[in-house]
Write a protein that binds this ligand. Structure first.
Ligand code: ADP
Ligand code: MG
Length: 565
């Protein structure tokens, strides 16, 4: 084929493919336009998985009659003027591509009225051309109706999943905006049924209740922090809510990040959050979090991709540590001891309720210096030992009720922190007779490359034949315990796929094998000593695998159970 310039229609369909990947992309673009138009109420109605119809109704500023047609031209936007404006763009849209892209792959009707304009205007666009334009009455705001999406693009239709799947994507988009904008009333109806509705109360917690449930909301902790990232007047603020370590999910689908309230996907932020939960959640489990990062717009490049969900931070490392520290601090300071559940109780008391993301009050509090990581907590109350249950749990009394402490999990936590943070204090025990261990070829390599490191943790190992090693000394806490299992666990996890932090893996394994077992009788003195040591650790409420070390039965709950209230 000879080289030739493509027809404009073909060009616009190709370009549309970047913006409009599936029905949920249309919803996203239209809702962003409504948000940019300062709407206070946004209703979305979809039919047939969004392919038959998507309608978005807002009460925003509307479009003046004289500009309605222009809104559908490619690169027509009211949001930026010059390229320089991009560096400070605060609106969600700015590329002037959404409306023309949607009209390239669907039939679009719009009714809109700007302030003080009566009546409003109606415009109908088919295949990118205006087929009808007339006056039509409407209160201030805009209604956009998109029909027969992708009917002319069979290739795209083929890739779409079932209506249920597309509805799921649409609901997820709307959920994200509902979480980012608690002050706006959102509603989503799918084939005539209400799928989501928020009240626009300004409180994030209310959006979390609407999107996730009151049960989840009850377990969310407030994240509030601000750090001087760019000097005194420019801060990175991290505001939002994150779940206590007692709830988790098997996917990252419950992590919502916003930068200046733009919904974004970011591996960097996923990692920051994971780091914050390090040692508090089991491997493969993920928290629920809604986090907004506020920073000067010029520290951000949003023009990375037409869908605008990818951003580049000019100072990624600062953003990373601000998020990691803010979330870690919330976890350490607020995560409650899990209670023997009071399901009926309101969430209100248990959860701090931030007003809107950026109220002055939160900003003031955010300006206070953030506590560094690993601040010891005074969060554990003084506990008095009452006895031992099943030779596995310590029963203790505290100022607010009864505590059951899992002796193994609690001891694991104590040993883990000691090993991890003070390896130099590990006592070494020479073996009376050196022991040999045999390893596989893969393990051989791992062990050889960790001699020096292992020595720091109390293991003295030297080669002895081809794949045999001589162990001369072990950490004293593993004397009489299965120290060879510790070495094997380390070699297995280092030899496998996820390499990870070997010191951490070793510390977890040493703590697990060194800790008192369930079923072991403890004297009163031993139990008291265990609790005293638990009071000293940084994260007393979970073992290094993320399981709780204790549960509490509050005095209020006891009263209720016995009908004393
Ligand atoms: P962008 O949002 O990038 O500017 P769009 O193609 O999405 O580009 O929209 C083009 C223009 O149409 C916007 O800049 C805005 O002026 C106007 N517009 C679109 N939707 C709305 C709406 N719901 N309310 C008011 N104005 C709107
Ligand atoms: Mg737009």
């Amino acid at each position: 084929m000879p080289i030739r310039v493509l027809d404009p229609e073909v060009v616009s369909r190709i370009a549309a493919g970047e913006v409009v990947e599936r029905p949920a992309s249309v919803v996203k673009e239209l809702v962003e336009n409504s948000l940019d138009a300062a709407a206070t109420q946004i209703s979305v109605e979809v039919r047939g998985g969004g392919l038959s119809q998507i309608r978005v109704i807002d009460d925003g500023v509307g479009i003046p009659a004289g500009e309605v047609e222009l809104a559908f031209s490619r690169h027509a936007t009211s949001k930026i003027n010059a390229f320089e404006d991009l560096s400070t763009v605060a609106s969600l849209g700015f590329r002037g591509e959404a409306l023309p892209s949607i009209t390239a792959v669907a039939q679009v009707d719009m009714v809109t009225a700007a302030a003080g304009e009566a009546p409003g205007s109606f415009i109908s666009v088919r295949d990118g051309t205006v087929v009808k334009q007339e006056s039509q009455g409407r209160s201030q705001g805009t209604t956009v109706t998109v029909r027969n999406l992708f009917r002319q693009v069979p290739a795209r239709l083929k890739f779409l999943k079932s209506a249920a799947t597309e509805n799921g994507h649409i609901a997820s988009v709307l959920s994200q905006y509902a979480l980012a904008f608690p002050e706006i009333r959102f509603s989503l109806s799918i084939d005539g049924r209400v799928a989501l509705r928020t009240a626009g109360t300004c409180r994030l917690i209310d959006s979390i209740i609407s999107v996730y449930s009151a049960e989840v909301a009850r377990q969310m902790l407030e994240v509030v922090s601000g750090e001087g990232g760019w000097g005194d007047d420019h801060q990175i603020q991290v505001l939002g809510m994150t779940s206590t370590p007692s709830v988790s999910r098997s996917s990252r689908g419950y992590l919502s990040f916003f930068v200046n309230r733009r919904w974004i996907n970011s591996c960097l932020l996923n990692r920051a959050l994971e780091e914050a939960y390090h040692g508090l959640l089991m491997v493969g489990r993920h928290p629920i979090a809604v986090i907004n990062i506020a920073l000067p717009p010029e520290e951000l490049d949003v023009n990375v991709h037409p869908t605008k969900t990818a951003v580049k931070f000019t100072k990624g490392d600062l953003v990373f540590s601000a998020v990691q520290r803010a979330v870690r601090r919330a976890l350490i300071e607020q995560a409650p001891v899990p209670r023997m559940e009071e399901k009926a109780a309101g969430y209100g008391a248990a959860v701090a309720e931030p007003e809107l993301w950026a109220t002055a009050e939160i900003r003031d509090r955010a300006a206070a210096p953030a506590a560094g990581d690993y601040t010891p907590t005074a969060a554990l109350p003084v506990l008095r030992v009452l006895g031992q249950l099943f030779n596995s749990y310590i029963i203790a009394e505290g100022p607010d009720g009864l505590y059951l402490i899992d002796q193994h999990a609690a001891h694991e936590r104590i040993l883990f922190e000691r090993i991890k943070y003070q390896p130099s204090q590990i006592e070494v025990q020479g073996l009376l007779e050196p022991a040999t261990i045999e390893v596989s070829p893969g393990q051989n390599e791992v062990l050889k490359s960790h001699y020096a490191g292992l020595k720091e943790f109390g293991f003295t190992i030297e080669p002895f034949g081809k794949r045999t090693f001589l162990v001369r000394a072990v950490p004293a806490l593993l004397n009489d315990k299965d120290w060879s299992a510790v070495l094997r666990e380390l070699m297995d996890s280092l030899g496998g796929e996820g390499r990870g932090d070997w010191q951490e893996i070793l510390a977890i394994s040493m703590a697990c094998h060194g800790a008192v077992r369930a079923g072991q009788t403890l004297t009163d003195d031993e139990m008291r000593e265990l609790l005293r040591q638990l009071e000293q650790v940084t994260s007393p409420r979970t073992c290094p695998h993320g399981r709780p070390t204790m549960i509490q039965l509050s005095s209020d709950q006891l009263k209720r159970e016995f009908g004393r209230t």
